[in-house]
Write a protein of this length. Structure first.
Length: 318
């Protein structure tokens, strides 16, 4: 049991410490909002795409070989989405809250928290598997987000115009472009890139996760996080408790290998995605609720990931 606890702490503590550093620097006014915005843009547009691209092409993981894991992840996501929609229909009266609640439950922070934790747990091999998983499930996340948030979008173009606009946004997303390019590159079995390009990409990729975690810590709002409304607490419990349990159940039903089970758990169990706040605000949802869910799950979700991985390790499932 001690070994499992040490393992769980070792894979989550680096992320928490980097976030704590960002929060500490923000409190001491050593970072500004402008720095966080610029750094976040750097990570989103350049560093993280490089990390994902080179992780995919440098790994032995293939979409076909990960079909069982991807199927389990797809079912887990769809099941969480359906359950959250049913709950929102019955217990969330405000239209502006419904989509935000649903998104807070099913959409995890795969691009930053999950990938960083998977890399800590399973190294380069796990990172490659996680990158493939993220590339496929991210597309599903965005489609479901459009569906659940469309009821609050203020537009004269109707639902189809909304879907078209979001589809264009997705098509221009640097992370999606990098992942699609990596899948095509591997699928065509192209020769290795020149060493100087690989080195440059590796250096940029190495910056992505630490800088993103520091920026996330610098944007935490402790007052908002520690004073959540009843609805944000319900959504947070769905993200921190229900989502991981659902993933483990589906992974057990699909008889996933220990590494695949660990990757599935970490990809599903991470805090709410930062993009959920941005999309909720853009589509007319309750952005305050979205911020509360994001802040609360960012801290306590990491603890849940550590506990969950310790239990899975003790059971020999991860």
């Amino acid at each position: 049991m001690l070994a499992a606890v040490i393992f769980a702490v070792s894979i989550t503590m680096p992320n928490l410490l980097l976030m704590a550093l960002g929060f500490f620097m923000q409190r001491r006014m050593q970072v500004s909002d402008g720095f966080v915005e610029t750094a976040s843009n750097l990570v989103f547009n350049y560093c993280l795409p490089c990390l994902l691209f080179f992780s995919v092409i440098g790994s032995e993981a293939q979409i076909a070989s990960q079909s069982v894991l991807l199927t389990a992840g797809t079912i887990s996501t769809l099941l969480l989405f359906i359950l959250a929609e049913l709950y929102a229909k019955c217990f969330v009266p405000n239209v502006a809250d419904k989509g935000v609640f649903v998104q807070g439950v099913f959409r995890s922070n795969m691009a930053i928290i999950s990938l960083a934790t998977v890399a800590n747990a399973y190294g380069k091999t796990g990172l490659g598997i996680g990158a493939v998983y993220m590339g496929v499930i991210t597309i599903l996340y965005n489609v479901l987000a459009v569906i659940t948030l469309s009821r609050t979008k203020k537009t004269t173009g109707g639902l189809m115009v909304q879907i078209k606009n979001i589809a264009i946004t997705i098509a221009k997303n640097p992370l999606i472009i990098a992942l699609v390019a990596a899948f095509i590159y591997k699928g065509l079995a192209l020769p290795a890139l020149p060493e100087f390009i690989q080195k440059t990409g590796s250096l940029l990729g190495a910056v992505a996760l630490p800088l993103a975690l520091i920026c996330a810590g610098a944007t935490l709002d402790m007052k908002s996080m520690l004073s959540p409304s009843g609805l944000s607490m319900q959504a947070s419990l769905g993200r921190i408790v229900i989502a991981p349990l659902t993933a483990v159940l589906i992974g057990w039903l699909f008889a996933l290998s220990p590494m695949q089970m660990g990757v599935l758990f970490l990809m599903v169990a991470s805090p709410a995605a930062a993009a959920s706040y941005v999309m909720a605000k853009a589509m007319g949802g309750n952005d305050v609720l979205a911020a509360n869910i994001l802040g609360f799950t960012t801290v306590f979700g990491m603890i849940g990931m550590a506990v969950g991985m310790a239990v899975l390790r003790m059971l020999g499932w991860a």
